[in-house]
Design a protein around this ligand. Structure first.
Ligand SMILES: *[C@@H]1O[C@H](CO)[C@@H](O)[C@H](O)[C@H]1NC(C)=O
Ligand SMILES: *[C@@H]1O[C@H](CO)[C@@H](O)[C@H](O)[C@H]1NC(C)=O
Ligand SMILES: *[C@@H]1O[C@H](CO)[C@@H](O)[C@H](O)[C@H]1NC(C)=O
Length: 544
């Protein structure tokens, strides 16, 4: 049976707004905890839900987390190193408990609380707090924002954008997460795209004008700090990679990284730690994708993230360069518009030469060590479609053949992250919402009805998995096990409920295909309509 989606959406919004009015203002507890919260941004006069926090403090602190009674004790922050040092012994201060003082950054003398990562923190889309302090890291925020825009929460999106822009102004890049020890790593570059979605929704050219230079600054970071030159067939191409040239174990996984390093000769340990951090920067932490070429794909100690030229990173940057060109054109700066257009053209040519494989009909990560493409399947191999980073429209239909050849369309619960089962969380059998989106909206760009239909079918599979799990557990999850349609597992921590980007992607797909999607299973047939309504309400209210 089909969902009466538009009606339910409206219903959801209506109910949602009423129930939110009763909630306390979002920053009350926050200011009580840290009086430095003067740059807090909360669009109080808008239709936003109070169950969402967007905070920005003088100390590096950007939070997007649910209201939690445990907030004062449980949220952690990163702060600039000097104040961190002076406060870290002050146990009565909430800052003190969460700081990791200077020596930790070299990994030599970590305080025990850091080693065990005891301090919990809010993460997007969770009702409780986690150990890992992942607040707005990885590229969660882009998909969260898409969902917020569909929920008519553009002001909240502007608040989130402003937070990211402030981080770029302060640090020159967006750190991997809201802690001081994340400053050395960034996260996939989706800020320009976030701006584009906000501008497309609101036409707020003033906001664009005010912040265009900060967007440019963020892209400069990738040019200055993450560029690599590839020599191929007598030509030299400039592309990007994830690369974090800093040693020491990751503070958030200190003892694990230390133990892992102990399996290697001493001389290789610093390099291992740098590669683990680069893996974290990529958002795919961890995956056989970063182990490929090593003798044993099950051994995380052979990770070499920075030796790969990733398809998705370059697709994101290609898209960002195109968007910058159109932003500048819109603002009347034709010189900059032409500059970004030319950067994009260069990248397109480099991706065509280095990453594209005509015979297989897709793009592949390029291994800098052996000069070969990695022909394993990952959804990221099709990310240039999603990013609009191709010149020949025929490639979309080649991608369909690629998916068929890789037997990816036989998985009925969703698209796997890879076809290797390594126990890492970005591998089989886990499926992640953003990776579904990369493939689905990439294929949907095709003019061929057959490819369009496959895109729809993939969306249908994923939504059904979301819905069936929701029917059983009344929760959305960070990742799903696409071998059995259950919540996912593996990796370094327990599967998280919530969950911002899953909800964002579900809303995107329902927005695209709401007139055709069905819940379609026996179970769903038996349950009353109110569950469907609850599912939608959940998406609209209880996230990111
Ligand atoms: C410790 O933190 C508390 C609460 O933030 C503050 O009032 C106090 O002045 C701090 N003490 C020192 C020595 O910094
Ligand atoms: C980026 O490179 C510049 C110039 O080499 C350096 O000063 C800066 O610390 C680097 N940023 C990061 C986050 O590593
Ligand atoms: C547009 O952005 C500016 C900040 O750059 C803000 O002051 C203004 O309120 C925004 N306008 C709308 C309609 O949201």
């Amino acid at each position: 049976r089909t969902w009466e989606l538009p009606l339910l959406l409206l219903l959801g919004l209506g109910l949602g707004l009423r129930s939110q009015e009763a909630l306390p203002p979002p920053c009350e507890r926050f200011t009580a905890t840290g009086s430095s919260c003067i740059r807090f941004r909360w669009p109080s006069s808008t239709l936003t839900t109070s169950s969402l926090w967007i905070c920005h403090c003088l100390q590096l602190q950007t939070k997007s987390c649910r209201v939690s009674a445990r907030w004062p004790r449980s949220t952690t922050i990163a702060s600039p190193s000097s104040s961190c040092r002076s406060l870290s012994s002050n146990t009565s201060s909430p800052w003190g408990r969460s700081c990791c003082p200077g020596p930790l950054r070299t990994g030599k003398t970590a305080p025990s609380f850091c080693r065990r990562s005891l301090t919990p923190s809010c993460a997007p889309g969770q009702s409780s707090c986690t150990r890992s302090g992942r607040s707005w890291e990885r590229r969660d925020s882009y998909w969260v924002m898409e969902g917020l825009l569909l929920s008519e929460m553009a002001e909240t999106v502007r608040g989130m954008l402003q937070n990211f822009l402030d981080l770029v102004k302060t640090y020159g890049h967006i750190p991997n997460g809201g802690r001081i020890y994340y400053l050395q790593r960034s996260q996939p570059p989706l800020l320009t795209l976030m701006m584009d979605r906000y501008i497309a929704h609101t036409s707020n050219t003033t906001f664009l004008q005010d912040n265009i230079e900060t967007l440019a600054l963020e892209l400069d970071f990738w040019t200055v700090n993450r560029t690599v030159s590839v020599n191929l067939g007598g030509e030299s191409y400039i592309l990007n990679r994830y690369y974090v040239p800093y040693g020491g174990p990751r503070p958030e996984s200190y003892s694990k990284d230390e133990e892992l390093a102990n399996t290697l000769p001493e001389g290789q340990r610093e390099a291992l730690w740098a590669e683990l951090k680069a893996g974290a920067e990529s958002g795919w932490d961890f995956s056989s994708r970063w182990l490929v070429g090593s003798p044993n794909l099950d051994l995380l100690s052979s990770i070499h993230t920075s030796k790969q030229v990733p398809v998705d990173l370059n697709a994101f940057l290609c898209q960002a360069e195109e968007l910058m060109s159109s932003f500048y054109a819109r603002l009347g700066d034709n010189v900059q518009a032409a500059r970004y257009k030319s950067l994009r053209d260069q990248r397109l040519a480099a991706m065509q030469a280095v990453l594209w494989d005509e015979q297989k009909g897709a793009w592949f990560d390029y291994n800098l060590e052996n000069g070969k493409k990695n022909f394993e399947f990952y959804p990221s191999n099709l990310s240039p479609l999603w990013a609009g980073c191709f010149s020949d429209p025929g490639v979309v239909d080649k991608a369909l053949k690629y998916l068929q050849d890789s037997q990816i369309l036989t998985y009925q619960y969703g698209i796997p992250s890879s076809v290797r089962n390594t126990g890492q969380q970005w591998d089989f059998p886990n499926g992640w919402a953003p990776l579904q989106d990369l493939v689905i909206r990439g294929l949907a760009k095709s003019h061929s009805p057959q490819t369009q239909e496959v895109a729809f079918q993939l969306a249908q599979n994923w939504i059904r998995t979301n819905f069936d799990v929701y029917s059983q557990k009344l929760a959305m999850y960070e990742k799903y096990d696409i071998s059995n349609g259950q919540p996912g597992g593996g990796g370094e921590y327990e599967v998280q409920e919530g969950f911002g980007w899953t909800n964002g992607v579900a809303l995107i797909l329902m927005d695209h295909y709401g007139d055709r999607l069905t819940s379609g299973t026996q179970l769903a047939f038996l349950i009353p309509h109110c569950l469907v309504a609850a599912f939608l309400l959940h998406l609209l209210l209880r996230w990111p």
